[in-house]
Design a protein. Sequence first.
Length: 359
Amino acid sequence: MLKQELTEAELIPQAGEALTGLLREIPTVSLGSVLREPIINGARPDLVIDVTAFGKRQTLIIEFKKNAQPRFARNAILQLRDYAAKIESGATLILAAPYLSPEVRALCKEENIGYFDLQGNARIVLDNMFIEHTVPTRPAVDKRYLKSLFKPKSAQILRVLLRDPWKSWKVKDLEHMANVSLGHVSNIRTALLEREWAIETPEGIVLTEPNMLLDAWRDEYTAPTGQRIAFYTIKHSKELEHAPFPAAALDETPHIARAAFSAAAWLAPYARVQTHYFYVDLTGYQQIKDQLDLSQVEKGGNVVVTLLGDLGPLRDTVEAAPGIICTSPVQTYLDLCQLGERGREAADHLREAKLKWPT
């Protein structure tokens, strides 16, 4: 039988127990009353806890959010300030959740709001005491949530948005441009708004934090699905670098694209490597084998061809020179980040040259 997910009402007592458990471990703190959803002067916070620290009584007002993405966390902070005005102006305000991301923790700190989550992250500032604890792990559910944001269909939408981060997009236009369902676009739109990586305008959705989006994608990136095959060719490296491949008809997806270091060599030259990288579809696979006279090898190859299962990277390309089709700067950056220290250095150089957006 599948385990049912707890509701917000069921999680609030857990948050109260975890927080009071933390406070009990501090010898100089003693607990008073713990009120759940009290009605005080018209306000109804989730928890109100009285504590005494170094002989001074203080009140903690806690607002719990099951979903504490930045958009909802900001609303919770406004609620906390409203509670404080009605209950006790000197109260310590605390946002609690199953998990608070680093972005939300930074928001709380900026807004002078305490925080606590069920993973163990906490920052509580009392008049005469400071408590701070950070754990490095994220819960599995948050990891799954992020990974779902960067799956192939979702990635097609993100590639479109990152081509021109300041462009406004209607959902219908994004559906057409990314070649995915309307429902899928709506889901990604909601996720971006919740994380405050985008805003809604009368003209449509606009990215506001392309750097944060790209950082998260880089951290969760998985290479496109497909068959990665090593080849050897007797052609000179210079011939491989400049070998043109006939472009597809206008508005059609190309069959071959330079990738990783081979794309970066045209987009933002940095490191020269002996191995050449290509993404291809079935048509491009046969074409590149014939044109470059490739022989498949187990070891010692100088050409790596990925026969894509997901054609998304081929739908997001640039023509760096006539006949020279490369994966986009975003796709090239993500791939380079997977290729060791030298790849990360090349990725940083590419990002500085081609993906530098004002913050």
